[in-house]
Design a protein around this ligand. Structure first.
Ligand code: AMP
Length: 397
């Protein structure tokens, strides 16, 4: 249970409420191509409107690197949010984010109104958690709500710094929901508990592997990470992604899993290619038998079956990271097979944001999962067992 005050613990009638959301959505030519993060933010926003708050939304979008970049303006988000809420979300265009335009827009608000500030990362201090911008943000509001799970693993002005300059800082419904689902799955799972890790590098997932080895019954490792394990066991991996420095670590993890009674499943076959291209020639070979000049870009069909069978036995499954280069259709089958296995099971299924969430949604399995996290990096750090600064900064209950 999250021991932080939430929007249910405060009275916002007539108050200016600054809400940090995660509106970091993919945009192509100004069009939002995945609005899951906007939809996920609606319950908190609606609650604050209904309670008579003056709702000031803020978020970052992409990486404008501390200066205004028109292609990373949040203006299109205000338009879509207005449609989703069925009420105007006024966009407070302002290159300083909290400049004269934003201040005037807040000044003119009535109870129940909603405005959206410009991309917080237009300000260089945002990602440095600087005091000046944190104070400016705090000066706009009486109450602060953090509902941006996707940024909760970062300490920035708009989710952490600002809390030092407001009396009341609480979390929103999305934050509560994310922590409840991820926390329950990891710390209080119905067993058997299977975790599936994929993605490119062992080095970026070390802490997750270590933390999960203490908790799971089965740990499945696919994606580019698996080739370091294959090499460590003396196999040949051709040009596949490899972190030589982590071979010893991979062997240690295998020993650790065995000592804990955790079943560690690695791919037994791979789809290999003679170039990093969707049009490359391909073949399927056993793990550790990749010829020179070839690279593994997906798990093979036997591995997909092995992993899917493990999912069938599970009562709780947490998945983070693709099984191969799923962005290229010819190397997406392994990721698709895992997504299908999760869609078919009655087990609790938690998708840890990022690429796995994108894959599940693209395949149309979104509503078949128990929970799809809105935060890739944040859910990964949560799976590492770390405290998220964005959550820690809220007032205790
Ligand atoms: P990560 O950010 O570490 O979760 O890695 C995600 C990326 O890993 C995706 O862009 C995948 O294309 C990539 N990936 C997965 N499997 C492989 C592989 N076998 N070789 C190269 N890249 C891979």
């Amino acid at each position: 249970m999250l021991n932080k005050k939430s929007v249910d613990d405060i009275n916002v009638k007539g108050k200016r409420v600054l809400v940090r959301c995660d509106f970091n959505v993919p945009l192509i030519d100004g069009k939002i191509t995945d609005e899951n993060r906007l939809v996920a933010a609606l319950p908190t926003i609606k609650k604050l409107i209904n309670d008579g708050g003056r709702v000031i939304l803020c978020s970052h979008l992409g990486k404008p690197k501390g200066e205004p970049k028109p292609e990373l303006s949040l203006a299109p988000v205000a338009v879509r949010l207005s449609e989703l809420l069925g009420q105007e979300v006024k966009f407070a265009a302002d290159p300083e984010v909290v400049g004269p335009n934003a201040k005037a827009a807040v000044e003119a608000m009535q109870d129940g109104d909603v405005i959206l500030l410009e991309n917080t990362r237009y300000r260089a201090e945002e990602t440095k958690n600087g005091e000046v911008f944190s104070k400016e943000l705090a000066s706009l509001c009486d109450v602060f709500v953090n509902d941006a799970f996707g940024t909760a693993h970062r300490a920035h002005c708009s989710n952490v710094g600002v809390t030092k300059f407001v009396d009341t800082a609480v979390v929103g419904y999305l934050m509560e929901k994310e922590i409840a689902f991820l926390g329950n799955a990891v710390n209080n799972p119905t067993r058997p508990f299977v975790a599936i890790l994929g993605g490119s590098k062992v080095s970026s997932k070390i802490s997750v592997i270590e933390n999960l080895l203490d908790k799971v019954d089965v740990l499945i490792i696919g994606g580019g990470m698996a080739y370091t394990f294959a090499k460590a066991e003396g196999g040949s991996v051709g040009n596949s992604l490899l972190e030589e420095d982590y071979c010893d670590y991979a062997l240690k993890m295998k020993e650790k899993a065995a000592a804990r009674g955790v079943k560690l499943l690695l791919p037994v076959d791979n789809v290999i290619a003679d170039a990093f291209s969707n049009d490359a020639n391909t073949q399927i070979v056993k793990t550790g038998a990749i010829p020179d000049g070839w690279e593994g870009l997906d798990i093979g069909p036997e591995s997909a079956k092995l992993f899917a069978d493990a999912v069938k036995e599970a009562k709780t499954v947490v998945w983070n990271g693709p099984m191969g280069c799923f962005e290229m259709p010819n190397f997406a089958a392994g990721t698709k097979a895992v997504a299908e296995a999760l869609a078919e099971t009655d087990a609790v299924t938690i998708i840890g944001g990022g690429d796995s969430a994108a894959a599940v949604n693209q395949l149309g399995y979104g509503d078949k999962m128990t929970h799809i996290s809105t935060g890739g990096g944040a859910s990964l750090e949560f799976l590492e067992g770390k405290e998220l600064p964005g959550v820690a900064a809220a007032n205790d209950k």
